[in-house]
Write a protein that binds this ligand. Sequence first.
Ligand code: GLV
Ligand code: MG
Length: 312
Amino acid sequence: MPQRLRRSVLACPGSNPRMMEKAAASAADEVFLDLEDACAPLEKPGARAKIVEALTTHDWGAKTRVVRINQVGSRFAYLDLLEVIRGAGAVLDCIMVPKVQNAGDVAFVDRALTQLEQEFELEPGRIGIEVQIEDAQGLMNCDGIAFASRRIETLTYGPADFSASMQLPSLTVANGSPDYPGDPFHYVLFRLAVAARAAGIQVIDGPYLAIRDIEGYTLAARRAATLGYDGKWVLHPSQIDACNAAFTPTQEMFERAVAVLEAYRHATEVERKGAVMLGDEMIDEASRKMATQFYLRGRAAGLEPRQTAAAS
Ligand code: GLV
Ligand code: MG
């Protein structure tokens, strides 16, 4: 299955019907309805039915529809899965699993989904899994986790829980610290990107908590995009435009990718050369690969080449 467009991933509390209605009408590429940390413990059992109602009644357009269940070690996870799949298994795309610590956590969800798909006569294996890595154990085991199930579609970084797990002296998720040279999260972000790419899945950055600070959000989103991330969470619709822009190639870069593909095609097929100059740069087969992924990302986001050339 082709990978889904997941530039902006909107978080929405599953206990709040009004917010779910607004989320359905938003411009986010994905919405996840939350039964975990944005849902008060006393509201969790009731939120399951509210989520089913929202998924089965609103028009979600082309959005990827996801439900975040509670951690597999909690008393809620099994009933979250049962009620959500029973009521909305035919219309949701993925289950998001928070605080995954090892491949066994994923195996539990994978097998439960397989049983529920059989019980409720749903298409086998259609429902995907989004895995959140948000503590030290999860990060240590992320390689095995990324390969733990064919259902996995993303590794998603959870910076707030991760900061707590690592006992970082911070009360928010900020863009670095004046007390530390470089980006304190660089290692985590790139580590997860490597595991995800090795497994052929997407990699998503988590939330930026200061929702009015669009400048700070943009910086964080561009940072993740520079590491090849596919997208980032948005906690409020006001962050969506900045997010989508950060994870969409500029028209200029997209045109450059098209030009590389065309020049390389001409070089190899007409001139029978493996390396040629394009402007000031030497391009070869590796350039074609870089340009192809760039081109595909732009096309998925709706960009059109102005020139006639296109990737084949
Ligand atoms: C998200 O779940 C986070 O903990 O940052
Ligand atoms: Mg979390």
